[in-house]
Design a protein around this ligand. Structure first.
Ligand SMILES: [Fe+2]
Ligand SMILES: [Fe+2]
Ligand SMILES: [Fe+2]
Length: 487
């Protein structure tokens, strides 16, 4: 069929000149017509790449989580908590995308490449913090951002838009994590640390090359690279360690709750106890690490929810830190004991630990002596910062009580049974105030007067002599320390 010159049909427009009505960008502005006609992966190719990124984020998640307790540096515990949360969220999003692509979700539970797994085993087994940071932030995370960038560049942004979209959000947070990592390496990995690593970083590169990089796009070198740090399989270390700023870790010399919920004490000095309780929450990520590491075989949503909670607890600790800095108080003078995470991680199994956490968090929900009252005290201090800290702490803790209801209660049978189970579990953890003192682990020094004086300087008030003499310890609280809620 041919058309004459007067048929009304215009000459073909070249792809590069193609525009929409009145010059509007075509294709919802996602890409040019040239790109739309020339780019793209098959569904199978796209899925294969997503699966590799999904697996890498899963492995990275478990590395971040596993290394929280024994990594002593507080800032790294906090950053690992955040980066674990990012990984957990994107694992969910990528798995959901795989399920949308005419693919049964097969293969999400298994490694896409044995050499990739050895690569992550090596990073997990990194013996010192310097090696760990280099492994994560110079090798593993960049392989993820490369893979995401390549997938976004190669796939068709129209045809495979949902993939493009989940990758874009993942990249945003992975790049943020990597920027932090670059700073962490700069601050903590000295030349001699790097020398001590020898050719390990190059070994990691060879492992990635053997697997054709994470994206699986480069040719696989196929080389069989020998394990170095993971020759002896990694063993999880649940014992919490803290850096040297955290003094006197068995100290239970100042009972925060006894003052906080004493109606006879005016609100403002209670600010210190609120900040103390928040920063003490550093022990919850240390403890949740062991649950997440040891519980296997749950749906990913379990790990995602629990990691979200782990990150919230880390945020609460940092909210306390913000509070102390705002008061000009040197928080390194305050002992934040680690006996809770130490006791739970070394004396109880994962189900018992979760039940103890659940019991404590449920105990914070009633109107009295719980999160709501802490918020009221925060408001009564007339400090917008303190009120805001408690506002969000309360909101998050309500969410945590629900996460416990979603995951622990069905496992145990009922809420009452779960609370009883948690109570019994906690009674197995020996908290012996007097013995710690007798054994010389702590003198239970009363840190209150010094910190109270320092805060009064900031407030421009005179310390109240009666309050300055506050000297109530945790010695006579119930043996199960239930009211010493960690949250
Ligand atoms: Fe919580
Ligand atoms: Fe908490
Ligand atoms: Fe909290």
């Amino acid at each position: 069929m041919s058309h004459g010159e007067n048929s009304g049909i215009t000459a073909p427009v070249s792809i590069d000149d193609y525009r929409g009505y009145a010059g509007l960008p075509p294709l919802a502005g996602l890409l040019s017509m040239r790109e739309a006609t020339t780019q793209g992966l098959t569904v199978a190719e796209s899925v294969e790449r997503i699966k590799r990124i999904h697996w890498a984020l899963k492995r990275l998640h478990s590395i971040f989580v596993a290394r929280i307790p024994a990594t002593a540096i507080y800032e790294l515990k906090m950053a690992f908590s955040l980066h674990a949360h990012y990984c957990a969220e994107h694992v969910s999003a990528l798995a959901r995308r795989v399920r949308e692509m005419r693919q049964p979700p097969y293969g999400l539970e298994v490694s896409p490449d044995a050499m990739l797994d050895i690569f992550f085993d090596e990073v997990l087994a990194a013996p010192a913090v310097g090696a760990l940071l280099v492994g994560i932030y110079e090798k593993a995370l960049p392989s993820v951002t490369r893979a995401l960038t390549n997938l976004m560049a190669d796939t068709n942004r129209l045809f495979d838009h949902p993939t493009y979209r989940v990758c874009r959000f993942a990249l945003l947070e992975m790049e943020e994590a990597q920027r932090y990592g670059v700073e962490a390496v700069r601050c903590l990995v000295k030349d001699e640390d790097r020398k001590a690593l020898g050719d390990w970083p190059a070994t990691l590169d060879r492992m990635l090359a053997a697997a054709g990089d994470l994206v699986g796009k480069a040719a696989r070198s196929g080389e069989s690279v020998e394990r170095q740090f993971s020759v002896t399989p990694y063993r999880y270390d649940p014992a919490p360690r803290r850096d040297q700023r955290f003094i006197d870790p068995y100290n239970m010399g100042v009972n925060a709750e006894a003052m906080l919920f004493d109606p006879g004490v005016e609100p403002l000095p209670k600010t210190i106890m609120l900040y103390f309780k928040r920063m003490r929450e550093i022990d919850v990520p240390e403890m949740m690490s062991s649950i997440l590491t040891e519980v296997t075989g749950k749906p990913w949503e379990y790990y995602r929810d629990m990691t979200r909670q782990l990150w919230d607890e880390a945020r609460h600790a940092m909210m306390g830190e913000v509070g102390f800095v705002s008061l000009g108080v040197d928080w390194t003078r305050i002992p934040f004991n680690f006996t809770w995470s130490l006791g739970l991680n070394t004396k109880l199994n994962a189900k018992e630990r979760h039940a103890v956490l659940f019991t404590i968090e449920q105990g914070l929900m009633p109107r009295r002596n719980g999160k709501e009252q802490e918020w009221e005290i925060g408001v009564a201090t007339a400090s917008p910062l303190t009120a805001m800290i408690q506002d969000y702490d309360w909101a998050d803790e309500v969410l945590h009580a629900r996460i416990g209801k979603d995951w622990l209660v069905p496992e145990i049978g009922s809420q009452v049974a779960a609370m009883e189970y948690g109570d019994q579990a906690w009674s197995k953890v020996l908290v012996d105030w007097k013995k710690w003192k007798d054994d010389g682990l702590t003198a239970h020094r009363n840190w209150w007067p010094e910190v109270y004086r320092s805060a009064c300087l900031h407030w421009g008030t005179e310390p109240d002599p009666e309050l300055l003499a506050y000297n109530t310890t945790y010695e006579n609280t119930r043996a199960d320390l239930k009211e010493v809620g960690v949250s």
